[in-house]
Design a protein around this ligand. Structure first.
Ligand code: ADQ
Length: 498
């Protein structure tokens, strides 16, 4: 088949994620309405769900008082990919607010997030949070089973539906879905994708209920991670925790009489959309200085403190950059009700103040710090007009900012990407400058090298980076997932069926 022609999943599809692809809000009149999400994942997956008349199971972003309250249809002016997702294709999961808090803020964000990013000292281990995680996952599994039964009784009845579960919030659901579906004689294929790293065994086993996590995930037929390292970590944990027979070369795990496939499926971005944005976006930076750009959620995994220290070191060691470069750091507020995130914000505010206080002259400030969201247009203009893209997480599943920066480099000469080896993107974007964010001197030197890189080297590196991301875009990722599940259908097949 021609991979570019693939349009849909061969059967119907149920996507399960913590959040629905839109959130519900109350408007001024007190009526519920949808607010679209613009993330790459939604852009890529929503059209496939719409095309194959599939369903999306997730939490709607607010705790609805009336459990029977219907989901509103999309606004007629909505042009986002989720607009085609009719309300009867959306299954909204309702969870008791207290349980939800322990599940989401507790187990997901205070335990799995730091642990899976190999930062065990930041992780809390709490039995109540774990029990809430089990309860929430059961609820997601029950809602998915309801959706599955619904599909069985519709026009798609002959299909083997594909259930695609996303991320660390839902690592237990697959096994329960599989068991209940088998009991009721409903066929389905189960796939899982983890958007964050899967840690090495020595870290993973710190979680007191780690066996249950593996058993939950092994309910799937196929499990996808961004890169091979995470796949190998997972396979290793299955062998050492559960004693499974494994095949490291072919990434297979035997469990409960079944063979589960494990696959590296590095996520991409909607490349052409970012190119278009970069072509159209008006200039927002009016400056003669070269801009070094950082764009991140304000999260301790993103290495923001180390980045500011590296920039300070650059100005110390290479004073010729003073008044000629500025660091533009955009930090998106994230998990603002969690203490650690509030402390990080404090630390950033102080550090920015200290460095600016130290170096600012009447005509120049070294750091411009935006704490907030920016529009997609402005984001594309920032990416396009920066000389250096600085992506230096301490640990990151993939990192889409690195890819979006590259897509927007349409000017000649282009900018230079610096990326941490501890991000999935560092594994795949070989022509970027690689910099270890833990070593401040080395990171400062990497920035200096980027700022002084000859044009022909910039062009060569960026050409290769752009070519790879253009081919391996987010649609390619979705198709690769469907292919790995054996659920791929080409344009030709589609026409025949149609
Ligand atoms: P995140 O940790 O959220 O994702 P990342 O991959 O960098 O991290 O994605 C952030 C997204 O937010 C980007 O698409 C970016 O454009 C957007 N964004 C950032 N700042 C913004 C701003 N100020 N205004 C508007 N938009 C902004 C998790 C994992 C990653 C993995 C992704 C996808 O942690 O490692 O790459 O999922 O699998």
């Amino acid at each position: 088949f021609k991979i570019a022609d693939v349009v849909a999943s061969s059967g119907s599809m149920i996507v399960v994620s913590n959040r629905l692809p839109f959130v519900l809000e109350k408007n001024k009149e007190g009526n519920l309405c949808r607010k679209a999400s613009a993330g790459g994942l939604v852009t890529a997956v929503a059209p496939v769900v719409v095309n194959c008349k599939g369903l999306w199971v997730g939490w709607p972003g607010i705790h609805l008082e009336d459990p029977n309250q219907p989901i509103p249809e999309s606004d007629p002016n909505d042009i986002t990919p989720t607009a085609g997702l009719k309300s009867d294709k959306v299954v909204s999961v309702r969870i008791d607010p207290q349980i939800f808090d322990s599940y989401y803020n507790g187990c997901c964000n205070a335990t799995f997030w730091p642990l899976f990013h190999s930062m065990p000292d930041r992780a809390t281990f709490n039995g109540e949070h774990w029990r809430a995680y089990i309860t929430a996952n059961k609820e997601f599994a029950n809602c998915t089973l309801t959706a599955l039964r619904k599909l069985k009784n519709t026009e798609n009845a002959g299909d083997v539906p594909l259930i695609w579960i996303h991320d660390y919030h839902l690592m237990l659901a697959a096994n329960w879905i599989r068991q209940a579906a088998e009991d009721e004689n409903i066929s389905c294929k189960l796939g899982f994708f983890l958007h964050i790293p899967f840690p090495p065994w020595d870290i993973f086993r710190l979680f007191p209920w780690s066996d249950e996590i593996l058993q939950g995930m092994l309910g799937c037929d196929m499990i996808g991670f961004h890169i091979t390292d995470y796949c190998l970590n997972f396979v290793d944990c299955c062998q050492r925790n559960l004693g499974c027979r494994v095949d490291r070369k072919n990434l297979l795990v035997e469990h409960g009489g079944r063979t589960v496939r494990v696959r590296p499926l590095p996520i991409g971005i909607p490349f052409e959309r970012f190119v278009e944005l970069a072509e159209k976006a008006p200039k927002v930076l009016s400056t003669t200085q070269k801009i070094i750009l950082g764009v991140d959620r304000l999260d301790y995994t993103k290495g923001l403190v180390n980045r500011l220290l590296a920039f300070e070191k650059l100005l110390e060691k290479h004073p010729e950059h003073k008044e000629n470069v500025s660091l533009l750091q955009i930090a998106v507020p994230s998990r603002t009700d969690v203490k650690e995130y509030q402390e990080l914000k404090e630390e950033m505010d102080q550090l920015v103040g200290r460095i600016n206080g130290r170096f600012t002259t009447p005509n120049w400030s070294p750091i411009r710090y935006i704490y907030g969201c920016v529009s997609q247009n402005d984001l594309a203009a920032f990416y396009r007009d920066s000389a250096v893209g600085l992506v230096t997480p301490l640990r990151d599943g993939m990192n889409l900012v690195a890819k979006e920066f590259v897509a927007c480099q349409i000017n000649t000469p282009p900018g230079v990407l610096i990326v941490s080896p501890f991000a999935g993107a560092g594994e795949t974007m070989h022509e970027a400058l690689i910099c270890n964010p833990y070593e401040i001197d080395g990171a400062a030197e990497a920035i200096h090298r980027a700022l002084t890189m000859p044009d022909d080297e910039r062009i060569l590196r960026m050409n290769y980076l752009r070519r790879r991301e253009k081919i391996n875009d987010v649609n390619y990722w979705t198709r690769s997932f469907l292919a790995a599940m054996g659920s791929l259908i080409t344009q030709e097949d589609h026409d025949e069926i149609g």
